[in-house]
Write a protein that binds this ligand. Sequence first.
Ligand code: GRF
Length: 199
Amino acid sequence: MGTQKLNLAILISGSGSNLQALIDACSQDNFPAKINIVISNQPNAYGLKRAEKAGIPTKIINHKDYDSRESFDKALLETLSMYQVDLICLAGFMRILTKVFVQKWEGKILNTHPALLPKHGGKGMFGLHVHKAVLDAGDSQSGVSIHMVTEECDRGTVILQHTVNVKADDTPETLAARVLEQEHIAYPKAVRSIAEKQL
Ligand code: GRF
């Protein structure tokens, strides 16, 4: 493998543990991607500290400073254009992107969803709601889906899934914790497979 790498932008809103998994993967010489910019819509997101610690440029684009989704997304697009980004990775990013944004970046936006899509996806399916839905449905398995982002929420092509067995005494919190461990493994794997195809 040469020195060419896929340039990533990671979009976050919170803790950024998936961001950390990607930072760790990208710190390996033979990993075919690097993070050019971390963008958060939440000024206090802990993930910003993780990025700073790793020496990665950060940018806060606070959605509260914009009066519409369109103007927020325009600011995102402007920032992305400054960092030569090849692939956007949503990592716990709690904003729905506009059609215009998604069309501009079609085929170049990845997301991690903490369930086995197409089950338990769509609007309103985020955070603990997802894990509660899995438990309420009586599913014996859950997991993570790393998928492409398209206009329809959580319906883009699935790149990779890792499964997790649901335990009889699981709560949404315990299930979320085991799924999150798998997200940390699956997300870098999916980025690697896309980078290897594209480079
Ligand atoms: C992950 O479970 C992700 O699937 C969901 O939010 C969580 C983000 O965690 N959308 P982190 O910010 O990467 O720690």
